[in-house]
Design a protein around this ligand. Structure first.
Ligand code: BTN
Length: 228
């Protein structure tokens, strides 16, 4: 059941108490022809939240779960960086410094605090964002943390600041996004594993591909799994 419907700046916001997944809801809205640009679906909890590679995203009450729907005629790999930078900027406005692990995992003290799932459907893109505020799950693959360990952050303030920063960074020159991303990125100039090989992370190019170096040769990586 929809709990609330409000207009926030230029967003139409649908808020739920608990649903399966804001991301799934966004997909359904698009499939039913009910979606439009700048729609945000939020939930206080999800019972089937999921992340990249269909990994579960544990979604207890107290954290931020939101999926944004934006117009997008084409896939744009640069969006991953825009979203990451918008989240880092948002956390900074609460006095919290964070880092980005390529392409858009957000870490504090090396522990994951937020994740982003970008999916395309029809003429839209869905940007799903989960930020641990009051609780952080135990995950076997990586360490996690929550904002509450660093500052007192109200969910509504966090959400509003996030919408503001998404709007700000989405209309920015990609040069600026790239600079901000490179400043916040962790692991640059360090070794990482890519498809079982040892590579050095160099940066991102104009089109949003990751540049890696392997045995002196440069390669471009698009949306793949890099482990550091
Ligand atoms: C990841 O790091 O793997 C991405 C996690 C994305 C989680 C968010 S929470 C809101 C939205 N609804 C979902 O089911 N997933 C995304």
């Amino acid at each position: 059941m929809i709990m609330g419907y409000l207009k926030l700046a230029n967003y139409k916001v649908l808020s739920f108490d608990k649903i399966s997944s804001t991301q799934t809801y966004a997909h359904d809205m698009i499939a039913q022809g009910n979606a439009r640009d700048h729609t945000a679906i939020t939930a206080l909890a999800q019972f089937a939240g999921h992340g990249r590679y269909r990994r579960p995203w544990v979604s207890h009450h107290g954290n931020l779960y939101v999926s944004f729907i934006f117009d997008s005629e084409h896939r744009d790999p640069r969006l991953a960086y825009v979203v990451a930078v918008a989240i880092v900027d948002t956390l900074l406005s609460f006095g919290i410094s964070s880092e980005i692990k390529w392409p858009n995992d957000i870490l504090i003290d090396g522990k994951k605090v937020a994740g982003v799932l970008i999916e395309y459907s029809g003429r839209f893109v869905i940007v799903g964002i989960g930020i641990n505020v009051k609780s952080n799950p135990t995950v076997s693959e990586y360490e996690t943390t929550k904002l509450e360990n660093y500052a007192n952050v109200e969910l509504t303030d966090l959400f509003q600041m996030l919408t503001k920063n998404l709007d700000k960074w989405m209309v920015c020159d990609f040069e600026l996004v790239r600079d901000a991303w490179m400043t916040a990125a962790t692991g640059l100039n360090k070794m990482a594993k890519y498809r079982g090989k040892n590579v050095e992370l160099i940066g991102i190019n104009d089109n949003g591909a990751l540049i890696v170096r392997e045995n002196g040769e440069y390669h471009l990586v698009h949306g793949d799994e890099i482990s550091m």
